[in-house]
Ligand binder design. Structure first.
Ligand SMILES: Cc1ncc(COP(=O)(O)O)c(C=O)c1O
Length: 395
């Protein structure tokens, strides 16, 4: 097993760059199988690859932790969708997060994170990386000055999500990229909530885009995965080295499922956004709801930034219940079509209580989320059924 980073091709053919998003989603990263003509990439269920003489690799593959053709197709597809040169796939979003942070940080370094980061990201930094001498400062992604003020001489990474999970705050990617780069700091954007269909952070100046592909990219709640995309070959080499060296890779069936998901990303994101907009319209007028958090609302504090950098506003909505935590829990327990479950971004609608579920690890910290908050991942079911479900559960 080679120590060298996997350097096989990135984002498909040069023509990819001139093609539209939906076309790239379906075609980028693979051609019909040269042997059989199969239009889909086979699931290469092989942990090792025969060599013609020592070191004589046939198709560039030697061992499936280092590289697997199904994974390569997915990586090229993801790179193309984010408009980047290099994509790397991982066994989960957290594996991608861990890889990015370990590639970019050394003991003594400092990272700026969202003050409402995804609970798992916060837990990894707060409970694991601090043991290795990393320090962090939370700052509001919507406040460029707060991010500038949080940067120290030892800051090596500014890390944001936009929109954030679960408060749907929006960071101005272009402005934060400028602030990070002024101080020689790398800038990572977790693009999980938007997906590359709605927003492409590299085009606004990010150095690295991260995904939990478990969510919109996979899109069907049937696979866990993660990805890192960059235009920087040195960063990619560092990610590839850790991908192989630490080994948090997806299996070929996971890569296949994720690649099947990305093919329909464009149509799914349109429908997620359309359904969410209809729900927001009803929720903003509902007496049981005190606040609706959705970047598409004109009175959302970062609506103008969202409108500039996003194609539409996506399928994630958070609401606060006027009658507090008990009302929030009741709402979660009463929906019939919205399934009470963690995760997001699948075709089916999900509902959850972040304070007790996805963000329980933030309890007692600066990142604690309000307990009257409910997060909705709006699926692509018939919108009339979703509206009826939510209205009845709140009645
Ligand atoms: C914004 C965000 N980033 C990263 C992750 C971690 O991804 P995974 O669950 O695939 O490890 C999640 C999971 O919910 C998330 O919501």
């Amino acid at each position: 097993m080679s120590d060298s980073a996997d350097r096989r091709p990135g984002p498909g053919t040069p023509a990819d760059k001139d093609r539209g998003f939906a076309t790239r989603a379906i075609h980028a990263g693979h051609e019909p199988d040269p042997l059989t003509g199969a239009v889909n990439v086979p699931i290469y269920a092989s942990s090792t690859f025969a060599q013609d003489g020592v070191g004589g690799m046939r198709g560039g593959y030697e061992y499936a932790r280092t590289g697997n053709p199904t994974r390569t197709a997915l990586e090229a597809n993801l790179a193309s969708l984010e408009g980047g040169s290099f994509g790397r796939a991982f066994g989960s979003g957290m594996a991608a997060t861990d890889t990015a942070l370990r590639a970019l940080l050394r003991p003594g370094d400092h990272v700026v994170i969202p003050d409402d980061a995804y609970g798992g990201t916060f837990r990894l930094i707060d409970k694991v990386l601090t043991q290795w001498g990393i320090t962090y400062t939370p700052a509001a992604v919507s406040d460029v000055d707060a991010i500038r003020a949080a940067i120290r001489p030892e800051t090596k990474v500014v890390w944001i999500e936009t929109p954030t999970n679960p408060l749907l705050n929006v960071g101005d990617i272009e402005a934060i990229a400028a602030v990070a780069h002024e101080s020689g700091t790398r800038f990572v954007v977790d693009n999980t909530f938007a997906s590359p269909y709605l927003q492409q952070p590299l085009a606004w100046g990010a150095d690295v885009v991260l995904h939990s592909t478990t969510k919109y990219l996979g899109g069907h709640s049937d696979v866990v995965g993660g990805a890192l995309v960059t235009d920087d070959d040195e960063l990619d080499a560092a990610f590839a080295f850790l991908q192989n060296g630490a080994g948090a890779v997806p299996g070929p069936f996971d890569a296949f499922l994720t690649l099947r998901g990305t093919k329909t990303l464009a149509v799914r994101m349109e429908q997620h956004s359309r359904n969410a907009e209809a729900l927001v319209d009803v929720l903003t007028r509902h007496p049981a709801i005190s606040t609706v958090l959705y970047p598409g609302l004109e009175d959302h504090p970062n609506h103008a930034v969202a409108a500039r950098q996003m194609r539409r506003f996506g399928g994630m909505i958070s609401v606060r219940l006027r009658d507090g935590a008990d009302a929030a829990r009741r709402f979660c327990a009463r929906t019939q079509i919205f399934t009470l479950a963690e995760s997001l971004g699948g075709i089916e609608s999900l509902i959850e209580h972040p304070a007790a579920m996805t963000h329980a690890s933030t309890a007692g910290s600066m990142l604690e989320v309000p307990d009257d908050l409910v997060r909705l991942s709006v699926g692509i079911e018939d919108v009339g059924d979703l509206l009826a479900d939510v209205t009845e559960a709140l009645s």
